[in-house]
Design a protein around this ligand. Structure first.
Ligand code: SF4
Length: 311
């Protein structure tokens, strides 16, 4: 026979909810807040434009996106080809396989026409050939497209790194290096590597995931074959983490305000600027609709032009 519960209600049927879940829903004072689950792109979207964040992560159904971008297709194709390069046994990592690898992972979306797409393929293959010529096929990274994750008092961060290398540090002991591939038109410098919150968070998370120091972050720009690097310190990583936590708090406050009845347009304001032309939600956004839109292939078209240093 079923025993009555102390409250007099039957104990059968749905099992009781875990304590943590009850506490979160009741919102006891002094209870820790829910962690903000995030990736670098989620934090970056809010930092760039709170409204873009809302369209991407809050509004459901999300507003329709614009058409796919050719430069995203090109970037994804090159990244996957490099991932598959490292998936080969070291003795098969030869330049001749790159054409097959790139063809196998080529994303066709967004190009103006076949001629432009063919030109982009040739360009990407040339970048890859030049890049792998500088790699030792026997070098085995610690991770390729490896997800690293870390929890703090505010964040539950996770992100997919392009590559994590293990190299001897200043004292000869192995240290981790975060490598991020870039395929945009212009080169990058040490300030870009230093200022990248994503790279710093990857380093912070990798150090804790692998329990090995990880201070060096590198941007590998394939079109120019250049590497922009920065050596972080414990303090500089901590500063980037604190900034990420501040962004997370801002996002949670905005989301809470909407739940409590605030106008979503005010909680997530628009920040119009040159990036609106490249925004997936330009057509749905009152500020973006004023900005001239870019053709989906505009960035790839500009790859064919000489860089001026102004862009
Ligand atoms: S169009 Fe501009 S203002 Fe609107 S969401 Fe996109 S980036 Fe923000």
């Amino acid at each position: 026979m079923r025993r009555p519960s102390p409250t007099g209600r039957p104990t059968g049927g749905r099992p009781p909810r875990p304590r943590a879940e009850q506490a979160e829903q009741l919102g006891f004072e002094g209870m820790p807040e829910r962690l903000f689950v995030c990736t670098p792109s989620k934090l970056g979207a809010y930092a760039d434009c709170p409204r873009r964040y809302r369209y991407s992560y809050v509004d459901r159904p999300a507003p329709p996106k614009g058409p796919p971008w050719a430069h995203n297709s090109l970037g994804a194709s090159v990244h996957t080809a490099l991932k598959n390069w490292y998936a080969l046994a070291p003795d098969r990592r030869r330049p001749e396989v790159l054409g097959t690898l790139l063809k196998g992972t080529w994303v066709r979306e967004g190009y103006r026409d076949d001629t432009q797409e063919r030109d982009a393929f040739g360009r990407a293959l040339a970048w890859l050939e030049a890049y792998v010529a500088g790699l030792d096929p026997a070098d085995e990274p610690i991770g390729v497209e490896r997800v690293v994750a870390v929890k703090t008092g505010v964040l539950a961060f996770n992100g997919r790194t392009d590559r994590i290398d293990s190299r001897p540090g200043p004292d000869g002991r192995p240290e981790l290096v975060i490598v991020d591939y870039k395929t945009g038109r212009t080169g990058l410098d040490a300030d870009d590597a230093r200022g990248s919150q994503a790279l710093a968070l990857y380093a912070y998370a990798a150090e804790r995931t692998f329990r090995r120091p990880c201070r060096r972050v590198e941007l590998h720009h394939l079109p120019t074959g250049t590497v922009a690097a920065h050596e972080h310190t414990e303090e500089s990583l901590q500063r980037q983490l604190t900034r990420a936590e501040e962004t997370a708090r801002d996002i949670m406050a905005a989301e809470r305000a909407v739940t409590d009845g605030a106008d979503p347009d005010e909680a997530f304001p628009t920040t119009p600027g040159p990036r609106c032309g490249w925004c997936d939600y330009r057509r749905s956004c009152p500020s973006g609709a004023q900005a001239p839109g870019k053709d989906p292939w505009a960035a790839v078209e500009r790859l064919a032009e000489p860089a001026t240093g102004q862009d």
